[in-house]
Ligand binder design. Sequence first.
Ligand code: 13P
Length: 315
Amino acid sequence: MADRSRWACRWRGIIGGASHSGNRRFPGGLGRASGGNRRARLLDSDIRNIVCSDPINTWNEMEPMPERRKLIAGNWKMNGLHAAGLELATDLSKRLAAAGTVGFDMLVCPPATLIHPVAQAVAGTPLAVGGQDCHVKPSGAHTGDISAAMLVDAGCAFVIVGHSERRQNHGEDDALVAAKAAAAHAAGLIAIICVGETLEQREAGQALDVVASQVAGSIPSRADAANTVIAYEPVWAIGTGKTATSADVAEVHAHVRATLAGRIGDPDAVRILYGGSVKPSNAAELMAVDHVDGALVGGASLIADDFWGIAETCR
Ligand code: 13P
């Protein structure tokens, strides 16, 4: 089984500021801190106390926010047989290991049948493995479902919940997504909660309201930046080749960030991913948008060169 404690420690380190490298964010935009050593020495509990004691963030201009390390996540969806899946994951894990220190974390979410072999194949490398969905219960008479505990047992550190394909094809609503995220947290998984508007909703000018409502309704209690990632995936951009403009992405991500305040621990440290036709050719522009803390990639994550090319824009 994969060593999940490695990931838990790593995440605590990131959230707690232990991995601060000098690329610090400030309210109102990107910037570099001078004299940031004091913050770098603060403990995890210090950061938590500062942020959680006041959900309406009161960081002043001189206080650096926790760094958000980019997360490049591949959602393989219902793709991949044994040999090809192992080859892809092994290829990525070798590139990651050879790259040494990079500015991003990398995750693959294979179909359920491949989670365990992929986790075994990449064990001991920085490549993390996740599931694509989980049930709200830890076990029971739920034919065809998979529990968060089973994902952990198979080697997962993450699970995607509330993907629009689950919301649309399986009738999942915000309350169910929140319950799945809570189940993931209870099992020790990091939940990647997906939100995103349809084309009709965008054309009706409802994108911001829809996304904010999904975020508010899909976050369970006790969620924080260490156990939760948000993924904004406009439904009309998934698998279509259409990508939201940088301006649209910036507007929605800023709105998601504002919506997180008061609803989640360490709201400024929560990573918000963009997903929807991300490719090597558009990744650099998208990853440079403020409050875009990585990508959730579908089709391009099935091709090692393309997925690696996306990640390299965050190097
Ligand atoms: P594509 O990258 O294929 O558009 O899929 C995005 C997605 O749904 C990832 O979860």
